[in-house]
Design a protein. Structure first.
Ligand code: NCD
Length: 525
């Protein structure tokens, strides 16, 4: 059977790699698969059923449910499945992950990699780098599935969670009101909710965590940008006292392995704030159900064992759903299903060019640009550098422009008054008249807000105003500040550093781990 579904060769690195419509398609298919298998059917229409298709399960951090549900899903698909873990493979031999995976791509005509790693953004990087490499080398574009990357995301857990919520809500997606409880700071499954809950039209999220374990502000902001109503409480007692509790409670454990010393010391008190107690039972709203990505801490579970055999237990059925939803994701990415999808795909990446705007020239104004004391007759003048910033910053920016553009030519630079009395930098380069698109991008990245003037025979003939570029990449002196990011220089994965400006804002988001940076933070000190 030909596998040519529209998801073939795609990857699931973050929840947003599937649009809301595509996520709905996944839930519909998983529901069909679950029903068919539940009725004793063979579900042949879902299977990859190709012994040459390779599924690699690369688990460099511990996992039980995620790994086993993927392994079983691979068995369901009747494909070649290979397991790797940190201890028993060449990944322990100081080899870069990029090299190791590249080698594996060469062992089968088509492959899918399910990867759990502490390196945040690793799947996005591998998909971007090895996809084109595989095609150039005569293999099908491999798919990557993120099975949890550090504190970043856990999209396949998110999909099984949403599937479970929909199942409880009778497949209605009008409205969801849920509480996220526990370690919202380090838990990746709750971070993925910021995009995963978008399949509901109306979303109210209650965050219940003491400040040390609070949801990172960038995820709260993302939830709000996605139109969710977000409310916050510091403990379960406060939450229940508010009288506003949701019926869907999503607990997480304290991620002790990711905590710094200072938070770790307080762990018992923090855990108490988010652990359910017997005396809370009669304050729960009608129809309350508890979810948990699991595992629960055996010694100090946030959902205690006395609730296991009560109607509150939704977590057992939830974890079983991992099998169906993951089997469907593998079917989608292999192209076995997907032809019957209807709806919109994911949003495109930001446009590279839009930040350069040609500005009008006043034909009567006399250019005052000078090299030292001589006016520029012919050449380039970069003006309004860091206009209005403190003088030290302006000089830094002038330095950066010279460095980034390699302007080691006859030229001059200086800091001058602007018309409004503040300061700005100017760099003038006589005789240089060609300035390619690449240089324009580099200039915009090094000094957003400046203008570039082309002067000929003593007159400005062209003027460009450079805004904040939508992407900054391919510079030696930029780096992501997140030490767990796959692109962080300490990991030696030789990943290209790349930032994308958030639409409508000034924050620069690392292309791989999505950590937000201000403009000045992206440059190495
Ligand atoms: C979660 C994870 O690994 O992020 N577990 C899982 O995949 N089911 C949650 C956790 O470890 O607490």
């Amino acid at each position: 059977m030909k596998r040519n579904g529209r998801f073939k060769g795609r990857s699931i690195c973050v929840v947003g790699d599937l649009s809301a419509d595509e996520q709905r398609y996944l839930y519909r298919k998983a529901r069909e698969l679950k029903a068919e298998l539940g009725a004793g059917g063979d579900a042949a229409g879902f299977r990859i059923a190709d012994p040459d298709y390779s599924a690699y399960l690369v688990f460099l951090e511990n996992s039980t449910r995620t790994r086993e549900s993927f392994r079983n899903a691979a068995l369901f698909h009747r494909v070649r499945a290979t397991m790797f873990d940190a201890a028993s493979s060449s990944f322990a031999k100081n080899e870069s992950l990029t090299d190791a995976i590249k080698m594996l791509v060469g062992y089968a005509p088509e492959s899918c990699f399910v990867i759990r790693s502490k390196l945040e953004g690793v799947c996005g990087w591998l998909a971007d780098y090895l996809g084109p490499w595989a095609e150039r080398s005569g293999y099908a574009r491999p798919s990557f599935i993120n099975a949890g990357d550090g504190k970043h995301e856990h999209p396949t857990q998110e999909f099984l969670d949403e599937f479970s919520f929909l199942e409880q809500l009778g497949w209605k997606d009008e409205r969801i009101h849920l509480a996220l409880i526990g370690d919202l700071r380090h838990g990746r499954t709750v971070h993925s909710k910021a995009d995963g809950l978008r399949i509901f039209k109306d979303v109210v999220v209650d965050l219940v965590a003491p400040p040390e374990l609070a949801m990172p502000p960038e995820y709260v902001a993302r939830m709000r940008r996605n139109g969710f109503e977000v409310r916050e409480w510091g403990s379960l007692d406060e939450y229940l006292a508010s009288g506003k509790a949701a019926a869907i409670w999503y607990f997480t454990r304290l991620q002790l392995e990711r905590m710094g010393e200072s938070v770790l010391e307080k762990a018992p008190a923090l855990r108490r704030a988010v652990t359910f107690r017997r005396d809370m039972l009669d304050r729960l709203p009608d129809g309350a159900r508890f979810y948990h990505p699991l595992p629960r801490d055996r010694l100090a579970p946030t959902i205690p064992g006395f609730l296991d055999d009560t109607a509150l237990n939704a977590w057992d059925a939830q974890s079983a759903n991992g099998y169906y939803t993951r089997a469907v994701q593998m079917a989608m990415l292999s192209g076995a299903i997907g032809d019957d999808f209807e709806g919109e795909g994911p949003a495109s990446r930001p446009d590279d060019e839009a930040f350069v705007v040609e500005a009008a020239i006043n034909p009567r104004s006399k250019p005052e640009y000078k090299v030292g004391i001589k006016p520029v007759e012919s050449g380039l003048v970069i003006d309004h550098i860091a206009s209005g910033e403190p003088i030290e910053e302006i000089w830094n920016r002038v330095d950066k422009i010279r460095r980034v553009l390699g302007l080691n030519l006859r030229s001059s630079h200086g800091v001058y008054h602007t018309n409004s009395g503040a300061y700005k930098g100017i760099v003038s380069v006589p005789d240089l008249l060609s300035f390619g698109e690449k240089e324009l991008k580099r200039l915009g990245a090094a000094s957003p807000g400046c203008t570039l003037n082309l002067v000929q025979d003593g007159a400005v003939v062209r003027k460009y105003r450079l805004g904040m570029p939508p992407r900054i990449y391919n510079f030696d002196d930029i780096a992501c500040r997140n030490e767990n990011c796959v692109s962080h220089p300490s990991h030696q994965e030789h990943v290209e550093t790349s930032f994308e400006r958030r639409r409508g804002g000034d924050a620069f988001v690392c292309r791989w781990c999505e950590r937000e940076h201000s403009y000045s933070e992206i440059w190495r000190d």
